[in-house]
Design a protein around this ligand. Structure first.
Ligand SMILES: *[C@@H]1O[C@H](CO)[C@@H](O)[C@H](O)[C@H]1NC(C)=O
Length: 536
């Protein structure tokens, strides 16, 4: 995910500089106790695992953690006490709470500002949660939904987690209302945390307010993730507390974007029409801006697909009909419809019907325009298409990806087209971004470059596999490349010690989700022969 290595380096320097300034007048004990987590995560800490890799313990000191949950501590204890592999147990111990430990930059439970239930009409009323990606002090819609996915199953039993996720839905709704085309956001005004800048001078339409928006790359999956945060919460808790006027306004705003981004480049009279969204950055990196003066490549009319200007890696799409995000939108529109229907009421039922129709049409559009015949693998899903018949066959590690389609709920793992696609994208001969070297291999992407594969892709590979052997190989590769006890963004395929992003919360959440899925479905792999399944 985000930003070039250069920007990342600058922002890390920025964080350190701010940290030093803020702490200058504080007692020495505090300065020592709560170091900047980028620095903390970059060096190993005791106690060590005692396994062959002797992985370090990387949780911040208790008083430095950004959120506490005794239920999360209980899950860590339940899982790690049974795990045979001490290094993998240490990785889970660090990774599972990483979002709570380090990224809840601001949270209010709402009890003082407004009733938690009922009709919330005003901005920033009720519970709110600002969840940063890690080393950058901004919230990505996609990252934060995935970071919290870990805790959804616990929210029903832990009121503090319930309020944390409810707050995150409310906060995302404010972001979507304000700037539905944007991917990353600044701390909310009531937090009084100052905004930061990524230092780029972007020309974007529609214009945005830089005190609210950190970056404004239009990524269709950001909006699907806004829906996913609520549908997952509803599935796990049965709650409809987030169905406020603000949330409905956000949903309406989202639907307007879907309509605008379903428009082709040329109208029925063959006249060129400018897309509502354009983005230009002054950069030497082709993936960080859109060609044709910020418009992106032409897309054909009548496909029913929805454009995405950027990918979940924050790299520009080559062809704007990016299929994994369309697939995620199919699923989330349908789940949102089901959720609204279960909430009851005639307006919810009308809205549900509208969303269901959109989902059905979009699903058909994918079947009609995104399945192509590959000479070796047969029918496969394309990564991107343009509606003119051109397509791109590849996969990128970032989720939503083609590899993750079953995890997203779009297809069954046994779906024949998915199986063909999976075989294609896990092959070095067919996926240009399947990267392999002497030390590491997996799917990468253009974002970090051609020598770095991403642990996240191996975790998704494990979650979409039927084979104990493949699952074990993937997990072990991630374990062996996480020598600082946390999951990184990417790993150099020839040198496991060369990695990007010491503090990348999303990847740690995916590790935890993978371990919990194996614990529930294949307990023997973690706990030994004959072990009972573990479900938190
Ligand atoms: C978490 O608990 C520790 C120990 O009780 C405390 O020092 C810290 O302030 C708590 N953190 C939050 C965010 O509540």
């Amino acid at each position: 995910m985000p930003l070039s290595a250069l920007v990342l380096a600058l922002s890390v320097v920025g964080l350190c500089a701010r940290g030093t300034a803020a702490l200058r007048d504080e007692p020495a004990i505090l300065r020592r106790a709560c170091p900047d987590y980028v620095a903390y995560a970059s060096a190993p800490h005791a106690p060590y695992s005692g396994g062959p890799l002797n992985l370090p313990s990387q949780r911040p000191a208790t008083e430095c953690r950004t959120f506490n949950s005794s239920l999360v501590e209980q899950v860590i204890e339940d899982v790690t006490s049974r795990m045979i592999d001490k290094d993998l147990a240490q990785l889970f111990r660090n990774a599972f709470p990483n979002t709570l430990d380090t990224t809840i930059r601001w949270h209010v439970d709402g009890s003082t500002t407004a009733a938690r239930k009922g009709k919330k009409d005003a901005q920033w009323e009720g519970p709110q949660s600002f969840v940063v990606t890690g080393d950058i002090n901004a919230e990505w819609l996609r990252d934060s939904t995935n970071q919290l996915a870990n805790y959804q199953a616990l929210a029903k039993r832990d009121e503090s987690l319930y309020n944390l996720i409810l707050g995150a839905i409310n906060t995302q709704a404010e972001f979507v209302i304000q700037s539905p085309y944007c991917n990353a956001f600044q701390p909310p005004p009531p937090s009084n945390i100052p905004p930061t800048s990524h230092g780029q001078n972007d020309q974007v339409h529609p214009a945005y307010e830089p005190s609210v928006v950190f970056e404004c790359k239009y990524e269709l999956d950001s909006l699907a993730n806004f829906l996913a945060l609520a549908t997952e919460f509803h599935e796990n808790t049965g709650s409809t507390d987030f169905l406020t006027n603000r949330w409905y306004t956000a949903l309406n705003t989202l639907l307007q974007v879907l309509d605008a981004q379903s428009q082709p480049t040329f109208n029925d009279e063959s006249q060129y029409i400018t897309n509502q969204y354009t983005f230009q950055r002054t950069t030497t990196l082709g993936t960080e801006t859109l060609n044709l003066a910020g418009i992106g490549n032409p897309l054909n009319t009548g496909t029913g697909l929805i454009r995405s200007a950027f990918r979940p890696s924050d790299d520009a799409t080559i062809m704007g009909f990016f299929i994994p995000a369309n697939a995620m939108m199919v699923v989330q529109l349908k789940k949102t419809a089901e959720m609204l229907r279960s909430a009851g009421g005639s307006s919810n039922s009308d809205l549900a019907k509208n969303l269901e129709d959109r989902s059905t049409r979009l699903h058909r559009a994918i079947q009609d325009h995104a399945i192509v015949n590959h000479p070796k693998y047969g029918n496969v899903y394309a990564f991107e298409v343009d509606g003119y018949g051109s397509h791109i066959l590849m996969d990128d590690a970032n989720v939503p990806s083609l590899l993750s389609l079953p995890v997203l709920g779009f297809v069954d793992q046994d779906d024949p087209v998915y199986k063909n696609t999976r075989a294609m994208i896990l092959s070095k001969d067919s996926n240009p971004y399947y990267l392999a070297g002497s030390a590491f291999h997996g799917i990468g992407g253009p974002h970090i470059g051609l020598e770095n594969a991403w642990p996240m892709s191996l975790l998704i590979q494990a979650m979409t596999s039927d084979s104990d052997d493949e699952i074990t190989r993937c997990i072990n590769l991630v374990r062996d490349s996480s020598l600082l006890g946390l999951v990184h963004e990417s790993i150099n395929v020839n040198n496991i010690r060369a990695y990007t992003r010491p503090w990348f919360a999303w990847a740690n959440s995916v590790l935890a989700q993978t371990v919990l899925k194996i614990a529930a479905e294949r307990p023997a792999l973690l706990f030994g022969e004959g072990a009972r399944p573990y479900v938190p």
